[in-house]
Design a protein around this ligand. Structure first.
Ligand SMILES: [Zn+2]
Length: 383
């Protein structure tokens, strides 16, 4: 009855919209590799980049949808590209009929990210944190792992730390272009880089070079702050049964955030002070390092299962404390996790650990994922 009142032209448009939208999302996108060339300009808080994306999608799909943050798309090219639309952080690329699943796209873009890539102009720093699509067009899904190659240009007087193995550096016109290659597939949220003028310290643990960076702490202080790292690696290798298999692991004290990336971690700048005052305050160092196994190597399929990343890293930091400082410290950690969980329960905000949606999590939701999750792992261990 209701449909009869709609003018036929509108009905056709309506049906067409439905069919285009369903086509883009009906087929699973599988990115094989990202090859990114990027230049951040710190004093302008600006980036420009070109990303070449190799991917597979069913040959009947007429478009592919990627995440593009607030980036401006200058150009999209590729054998089967017939057009693109970029709005609300989604880049929809229309594809012509094809015979194979494999595709390759080249996307030129620029922008002034305000999150995902943070600029500290006064300190001459830029570093990525969590939201990769804010600085590189990508399929921003934890379940789609891909290879990553990064070419990044930075001024010659700055340090650069990034995901992957450093394969070359070329100096030209006061800049260095560093190239990094990540040789195994990893989710896009673990890709990143940090640029600044850092003090540094280095030590070896077997074949792995451990590197520590900060603008504020001296080399000697860095060595003290991160002194537990070699033992932590041994502990996580033993518990996971998997060797840390990158040639280096870097830790950078920078900004206001904590995040694990492939092959390195960023830790809040002021956290170093805490560790210098109390050498057992290492939970966050071990938490981020644990993600190199739990989170980065084995990753939740979607953010609804985020507790698998965060609860295990939180639990493993307590487990390391048991190994290093004794059972009482472990139990004190577990008790503090339970206290956080109990406070959420008392506010009637308890939920199952697998979320129906993780698109807009509250502080309580985050606490459940980290601390209820770690407490549940403790209970499972007791069983
Ligand atoms: Zn974490």
């Amino acid at each position: 009855m209701f449909v009869r009142k709609i003018a036929p032209a509108f009905l056709v448009m309506f049906l067409l919209t439905i069919s285009i939208q369903s086509n883009a999302n009906d087929f699973e996108l599988d990115v094989i590799s990202y090859h990114l060339t990027i230049e951040p300009v710190i004093d302008q808080r600006r980036i420009s980049g070109t990303v070449i994306i190799k991917f597979q999608i069913d040959k009947n799909a007429d478009s592919v949808v990627l995440k593009s943050g607030n980036l401006t798309i200058d150009k999209v090219t590729g054998e089967h590209v017939i057009g693109f639309e970029n709005s609300d952080g989604n880049l929809v690329i229309k594809l012509s009929a094809r015979e194979k699943k494999e595709n390759e796209l080249t996307i030129d873009y620029h922008g002034n990210p305000t999150r995902g890539l943070l600029f500290d102009v006064d300190r001459g720093q830029a570093f990525t944190v969590y939201s990769t699509s804010q600085w590189m067009v990508c399929h921003d899904s934890p379940g789609d792992k891909a290879l990553f190659h990064l070419n990044i240009s930075v001024p010659v007087d700055k340090n650069c730390i990034a995901s992957g193995e450093l394969v070359s550096e070329v100096r030209k016109n006061g800049k260095v272009q560093y190239s990094y290659q990540q040789n195994y597939e990893s989710p896009t949220y673990t890709y990143g880089f940090a640029i600044g003028n850092f003090h540094q310290a280095e030590e070896k643990r077997g074949d792995v070079v451990l590197k520590y960076y900060s603008q504020d702490y001296s080399s000697d202080q860095l060595t003290t702050i991160f002194q537990e790292t070699p033992m932590m690696i041994s502990f996580f290798e033993e518990k996971s049964g998997i060797k840390y298999d990158q040639s280096s692991y870097s830790q950078i004290l920078i900004g206001d955030y904590y995040q694990e990336m492939s092959g390195y971690s960023t830790l809040k700048d002021t956290y170093g002070e805490l560790v210098l005052q109390d050498s057992t305050e290492t939970n966050l160092i071990s938490h981020e390092l644990a993600h190199q196994w739990w989170g980065n190597r084995i990753t939740c399929k979607s953010w609804n299962h985020f507790w698998l990343n965060e609860a295990i890293a939180t639990f493993m930091s307590a487990a390391y404390n048991e190994y290093r400082f004794g059972k009482e410290v472990y139990l004190a950690n577990i008790n503090s996790y339970y206290q956080v969980y109990e406070a959420v329960k008392n506010r009637d905000k308890d939920k199952p650990l697998v979320f129906a949606s993780w698109s807009n999590p509250s502080r309580d939701d985050r606490n459940l994922v980290y601390f209820k999750g770690a407490y549940v792992l403790h209970l499972l261990r007791e069983k």
